[in-house]
Design a protein around this ligand. Sequence first.
Ligand code: ATP
Length: 239
Amino acid sequence: DDREPAIWTDGLAKNYGNTVAVDDLHLEIAPGEVFGLLGPNGAGKTTTILMLLGLSEPSAGQARVVGLDPTRQALEVKRRVGYVPDNAGFYGGLTGQQNLEYTAQLNGLDPATRRDRIASLLDEVGLAERADEPVRTYSHGMRQRLGIADALLKDPEVLILDEPTLGLDPRGADQVLDLVNDLASQRSVAVLLASHLLGQVQVVCSRVGIFVDGRMVASGTVDELAAQHGGRLVVEVQT
Ligand code: ATP
């Protein structure tokens, strides 16, 4: 693949005083790829995401996101990268549709295209039928999917999701992961997904990186990693 990587890092690192949150990270994620950032709480996943978004200054190394340097072009990164935090805030009293309209307005989407785009996104994430109900009536999984629709309003080339399946029942998790899979394969969006539950997310990950104490100790396809571990790969998690 000779396309520019969607995400690339070279020796990226972050220290908080004596704590090494991320150490010497080398990543390369292609358009259309779903990369899983796997590891227990405190392994450095969120810190990595914050550096890629330009929200945290690296202590060393470099990153490029859609060719941009997040330390100098954070606003442009924000325009072109969708971010779904693990607990996206919506206005519970507003409907799903109204929440998306609010974001679309903030993003400066022109009113003529806004309606169609929101309708098609609500359909894409499976919320069309509930679009006119207040978000406070939505399940956690529905909110998660609304978060993805919200992040897709700007038609991003990269989508970053922090713990997208956390707290979801198996059906809700499957719905979110199916959506992620479709986005990567049909829209060629690069997806970076952080999770501490390998078993839950591995079906959609083209590759995963295993993080322990700030270091990516292994990376590859789940099959490759499992082969190195006698056919089974278990990521121990403590929360
Ligand atoms: P979680 O899922 O809990 O967010 P994580 O894998 O995302 O875990 P990070 O939040 O990136 O891990 O944290 C990595 C390490 O850096 C941890 O030891 C954490 O305590 C430390 N850390 C993170 N943010 C700060 C901060 N602002 N100040 C000091 N230490 C921090």
